[in-house]
Design a protein around this ligand. Structure first.
Ligand code: UDP
Ligand code: MN
Length: 368
């Protein structure tokens, strides 16, 4: 009996295997009239039917396909969403609570305001090679790095920028400028004066905007001091505690205030009574724009504002301040009332120490 198996080769091959015309798929085979290929619609074509029956078959076929299509149309396809249930309005409704979004925006704006409201501090430090220089610079640098930015530390050396100072500054992690004062000076009373002037020149040239403060490397400073300096508009001053080995108690130098007014001065040394203002070099700060934008301020003197190297010792501060303000009415007690001691001026230099090469003490570790 003829049977069809899908796994078999095409019939032409089979004819070779099974032998010519005896193949059940052969056109000459007696069974070919009933073969699978002769079933269904093709059979209608061979049979003679009337036009009415052909037409009826077509109608039935159409109806059948229509019904199949109709039923398929009704059936749900997978997980398709009904588009009518979607909200296409603009803007789309977000699944976020409105009050949370507003909170976040307010927080960001406040932080940005805080940051930009802070004034820049420009701290000027003259320094020179001596036994405790590394200790002084590290101590001051560690305080400055705790002061919130923006702050730029201008460190000025005489003649050459030492690698030791450069290394300390580089490792400190604060913004700094390492300058050199190239004046070839021989007979000078206070070399710190020329170094400070070099820094003032730099501020002028680059129009640095901020509050200028002279911080000698060997003094002691509190964080509150730098915080208070930021409150200054033109010129601020405060009392400084002076500590000397020769005296057994601290003395004060600086303003006596009543609220926002400077009403007098603390002074202890008879030789300095002739000074107009009794302020220590570390007891005042001023707006840098006085240096390079004098029109903004009614400046008491014309010309460059500089420290003077021809002045008698102890008169350095007063002659400099007289170039910045006319009198006490232009001074701002810092902070209001100026009743706080925020920094200490030390006179504790270890004069006997020889400067060790490359910062190392080769021998004699008992530094006396
Ligand atoms: N200074 C300097 N070169 C000098 C002398 C002093 O750079 O030849 C610096 C010193 O490092 C300090 C400031 O100037 O930062 C004030 O110096 P010093 O402490 O000796 O002065 P004093 O405290 O006696 O006024
Ligand atoms: Mn000093």
């Amino acid at each position: 009996m003829a049977s069809i198996r899908r796994t078999l080769s095409p019939y032409q091959d089979r004819s070779h295997q099974n032998g010519g015309s005896s193949s059940p798929f052969s056109l000459n085979s007696p069974s070919h009239k009933h073969s699978r290929f002769d079933l269904g619609v093709p059979r209608f074509i061979h049979r003679k039917v009337g036009p009415y029956r052909t037409w009826m078959r077509s109608v039935y076929s159409c109806m059948l396909f229509f019904m199949i299509g109709f039923l398929l149309g009704l059936a749900p396809f997978g997980e398709f969403e009904d588009v009518r249930s979607r909200d296409f309005s603009f803007p789309p409704t977000l699944d976020v609570k409105e009050d949370i979004v507003v909170d976040k925006v307010e927080l960001t704006v406040e932080n940005t305001k805080d940051y930009f409201a802070r004034k820049q501090l420009i701290v000027i430090t003259p320094t020179y090679n001596r036994p405790l220089q590394a200790f002084y610079l590290n101590r001051l640098g560690q305080v400055l790095r705790l002061v919130p930015p923006p702050l730029v530390w201008i460190v000025v050396e005489m003649n050459v920028a030492s690698t030791e100072t450069a290394d300390i500054l580089r490792g400190m992690g604060i913004m700094y400028r390492h300058l050199v004062c190239a004046n070839n000076l021989t007979n000078i009373k206070d070399r710190g004066v020329h170094q400070r002037n070099r820094a003032l020149e730099h501020i002028e040239h680059h129009k640095l905007d901020g509050l200028v403060y002279f911080a000698d490397d060997d003094n002691v400073y509190s964080l509150q001091l730098f915080e208070s300096i930021r409150e200054i508009s033109r010129f601020g001053t405060w009392p400084v505690a002076m500590l000397a080995q020769s005296k057994n108690k601290a003395t004060l130098e600086g303003p006596v205030c009543n609220g926002s007014q400077v009403i007098g001065w603390h002074t202890n040394e008879k030789s300095k009574r002739l000074r107009r203002f009794h302020v220590d070099m570390s007891g005042y700060a001023f707006n840098s724009t006085i240096l390079w934008d004098p029109k903004r301020w009614e400046k008491p003197t014309s010309g460059l504002i500089r420290q003077l190297d021809t002045i008698k010792e102890g008169f350095q501060e007063t002659t400099f301040i007289q170039q910045l303000v006319e009198d006490e009415s232009q001074m701002e007690p810092t902070p209001l009332g100026c009743s706080k001691i925020m920094n200490w001026h030390l006179h504790l230099e270890a004069l006997e120490l020889g400067y060790p090469k490359g910062w190392l003490l080769q021998k004699n570790l008992d530094a006396e």
